[in-house]
Write a protein that binds this ligand. Sequence first.
Ligand code: DX5
Ligand code: ZN
Length: 220
Amino acid sequence: MPKITVSLLAADFFCLERSVAIAEEGGADFLHMDVMDGVFVPNISFGVPVVSSLSKKTKLPLDTHIMAVAADRQVESLAAPGTDCITVHQEAVRHLERTLSFIRSFGIKSGVALNPATRPESIEYVLDSVDRVLVMSVNPGYSGQRFIPSALEKIRRLAALRDQTGSSFEISVDGGVDAQNVREVFDAGADIVVVGSAIYSVKDPLAALLKIREIANAST
Ligand code: DX5
Ligand code: ZN
C-alpha cells in the first residue's frame, strides 16, 4: 500500500493545528518533520520543542528528517513517543552505522537520506541497520522546489539493491512530489512519498491531499 507522509515545512506556522488536522483528515500515514540547523542546509525550520509539542497532539506517527551536522546529538531529544522513524543524512553523519543503531535503540525505525548527488552504493554497508532510505529529489533545505528527474533512476537502483541484498528497507522520496509526478515515483519503486507544498501551497489543501492519495492508491 503506497504511503504518504505530509511535510509541515510548507504549512503556515501560525496555523499548525489546522495544518495537522488537514493531514489527519486527508488520510496521511505520517507527519514529516523537517529539522534543520542552518549549517548542513542553508535554512532553519524548527527543532525539538515544536516536534515535542506536536507529538503530544497528533494521532499521526512522526517521520522526522534531521538535516543537521550534529544529528547524533539531536536523536535522543527527537525520539518522542509516537515517532515512527528518524532519518539522518549520509553526508552529515560521520559514523553512520553507529547513529542508525542508536536510533533503533529507542525502539524506532532508522532512516538514511541521500542528497541528489549521493550514490545509493554509498549505503551498501549499512543496509542491515537501516529501515528506510530517503531519496532526496530536491537539494534539501526548502519546500516548493522542483522535482529532480534523476531521482527516478535512483529509486530503481535502490529497489534493485534491496532485491540483490535481500534487505527490506522502505524507499521514501522527498521533494517536489505532486499530483503530476506521484504516480511515476511510486511506479519507479517508492513505498512512501513526502508531500509538502503540493498540499499546503494550494487553495484547498485537503482536496489536494485526497487527490494525491487517490492517484497513489491507483499506482502499481
Ligand atoms: C526539503 C524537505 C522536504 C520539503 C518537501 O529539504 O526535506 O521535506 O518540505 O516539500 P515539497 O513537497 O514542497 O518539496
Ligand atoms: Zn524532508
